[in-house]
Every structure is written in structure tokens, then in C-alpha cells.
Write a protein that binds this ligand. Structure first.
Ligand code: G1P
Length: 307
């Protein structure tokens, strides 16, 4: 460890900088058929960008230097999207479209991207485990590609701040209605307020993947943003298939919480589950309203609708 890539937490434990992020993108997108029959769900467009670009931009805004995308069969459009595109750039330049040429170039210049494949759909925990060699022995972020969290204060950066201040992993959580707990990982935790994070910080006691409302230990749901120590890999190695007969990241996190501690952080912001048809529509409408080019006209159009 060099002095440049580490800092001390208040209790003098050296904390390594979070430089890498894993984006699991191997899922089949069955919630979004038929749109996902022949294209990756991560490439579905929200306003004017594929979903995975929003997530990559959140990484960059959070200080991440290297993104590791875990793909599978039929996902090569993701690699093409982040690759350079000399033919298209050349065409745009020659036709005087310098702005568009720059926009295309910026996507491939944004950040270092590596790919690895999950050969079988064995679950989210397994997908993260597949990235083990590329992550190595350092803390890293995990961002789910179909959860969009727009805004100036990236959720991943908020978790990195918690990790850097405490040396302990942190996962983003938010309240959901009781009748929706079966759609999420749910955490049970005790308030552990400390400056500057205040009452947003909870010490995790337990986590359950997709419990029925009557079995849910709370209504605090895991949002799809995580900052984890490399010890999670050993925890996942020991994790047996759980909900849906898949190796669940949530189950690996339970072991991590017991052995090393783990924070739940009630992040500031709003998330959209864009892997779900209704969530996708909400994300599209709300991000279109925020869009600097289209927002005003789109708002005027919505006002003309007789709802
Ligand atoms: C995954 C996680 C779950 C989390 C959710 C957030 O589930 O397993 O713990 O709450 O993402 O969107 P999925 O939505 O992939 O079924």
C-alpha cells in the first residue's frame, strides 16, 4: 500500500481508496420482455442514454477509476457502447458535427472498463464473485445496472465517504412500503448515529433477501449500491444458494456483517428501478423533466394531457 492510495480512519486503521466498481450486467432481463429478447436490459434507453451509462457516470462522479462489468451471452452491445468508435467519430467530424463527435468520444474516454463473464445465471452474489480477480485485494463498489439514482450527490460517493471515515463496508438503503418487501433485500439494524453522518447510519444486525411482508425484519430495503471490503469474496465463496435457488449477495453480506460489521446508510436521493416496466416509465418521465434540452418542452406537453 502506498501513502497515496490510503488514508486513516478516525481509529487509525489505514483505509484504502475505493478505486474500482463492479457492475453486474449478466441478468437475462426477464422482467422486461419482450424488449430484452435480443438486447441487454442495461442498454435500454432512458431519455437519451442507455441505463448503464448513467451508472458509469455515477461511478466517475464518485471518483471510481476502473469499472468492471460482469456480462454474459448476448451482452456485447455494452462493450461496443464503451469502446471507441473511430468510424462514427470521423463521420461526425467530416459533417461538421463536432459536438456530437466529442460526445461519442467522451463515452469511451470516461473511465477504464474491463469485462468478465458470468457463464451461468447463478445469482447476483455469484456475479460479484466472478469479478474477484479483477478487483484484487482492495475495497470496491458494486452498482446494480438497472437502478438509477440521479442527482448531484452520487449515492456511491456517499457510501465511499462512510467507508473512508470508518474502515467498514456500507450499503445504501431506503424505506419501502411494507407490501413491497418481497422485491428487495431487507436489513435489520440499530441506529448508530455519528458525525457527520447523523441518524442516516445504522449498524446491520441481519439481512434477508426478498422476505414476505410478514417475515420482513423492517421496511428498509437495499437499493443496489454497495461499498465492500475484499473479505466479501470469502463470504460469497461460503454462501449456499438461497432465495430463488441463487447465490445471493444479500446472504454473503449477512456473513460479512457478522464477521466484520457492515453499515446500512439511508442515502440522500431518489432511486428508480428501471429494470421494472413501471419504474422505467417513472425514470423516463422524471429524467426527461430534468433534461436541460428537453425538460421545458416536455413539461409543457405533459400539461396538455387530459389525465
Ligand atoms: C437485487 C438484490 C436486492 C436489492 C435489489 C435492488 O434484487 O438482490 O437485495 O434490494 O436488487 O434493486 P433484484 O432486483 O436484482 O432481484
Amino acid at each position: 500500500m502506498t501513502t497515496n492510495d490510503s488514508q486513516s480512519s478516525p481509529n487509525s486503521v489505514p483505509v484504502r481508496k475505493v478505486r474500482k466498481a463492479v457492475l453486474p450486467a449478466a441478468g437475462l432481463g426477464t422482467r422486461f420482455l419482450p424488449a430484452t429478447k435480443a438486447q441487454p436490459k442495461e442498454m435500454l434507453t432512458v431519455v437519451d442514454k442507455p441505463q448503464i451509462q448513467y451508472v458509469a457516470e455515477e461511478c466517475v462522479a464518485s471518483g471510481i477509476e476502473h469499472i468492471i462489468i460482469v456480462t454474459g451471452r448476448g451482452k456485447s452491445a455494452i462493450e461496443d457502447h464503451f469502446d471507441s468508435s473511430p468510424f462514427l467519430e470521423d463521420f461526425l467530424e467530416k459533417h461538421g458535427k463536432k459536438q456530437q463527435a466529442k460526445m461519442v468520444r467522451d463515452i469511451s474516454d470516461m473511465v477504464q472498463v474491463s469485462y468478465t463473464r458470468q457463464k451461468e445465471p447463478l445469482g447476483l452474489g455469484h456475479a460479484v464473485l466472478v469479478a474477484r480477480d479483477l478487483v484484487g485485494d482492495e475495497p470496491f463498489a458494486v452498482l446494480l445496472g438497472d437502478v438509477l439514482i440521479p442527482g448531484e450527490n452520487p449515492a456511491t460517493k456517499q457510501l465511499i465517504d462512510v467507508h473512508e471515515a470508518t474502515g467498514v463496508g456500507a450499503i445504501a438503503v431506503e424505506e419501502v412500503p411494507r407490501d413491497r418487501t418481497h422485491l428487495y433485500g431487507i436489513v435489520a439494524g440499530e441506529p448508530a448515529p455519528q458525525p457527520p453522518f447523523g441518524a442516516r447510519l445504522l449498524r446491520i444486525r441481519d439481512l434477508v433477501e426478498k422476505p414476505k411482508p410478514e417475515n420482513a425484519p423492517s421496511n428498509l430495503a437495499i437499493t443496489g449500491r454497495y461499498v465492500l471490503p475484499p473479505a466479501i469474496f470469502d463470504c460469497l465463496e461460503r454462501t449456499k444458494p438461497g432465495a430463488g435457488n441463487e447465490i445471493q449477495l444479500t446472504d454473503g453480506l449477512r456473513t460479512l456483517a457478522q464477521e466484520q460489521g457492515l453499515w446500512a446508510y439511508i442515502y440522500e436521493g431518489i432511486s428508480y428501478d428501471a429494470g421494472d416496466k413501471l419504474g422505467f416509465l417513472k425514470a423516463t418521465v422524471e429524467l426527461a423533466l430534468l433534461n436541460s434540452e428537453l425538460g421545458a418542452d416536455f413539461r409543457a406537453y405533459l400539461k396538455t394531457l387530459k389525465l
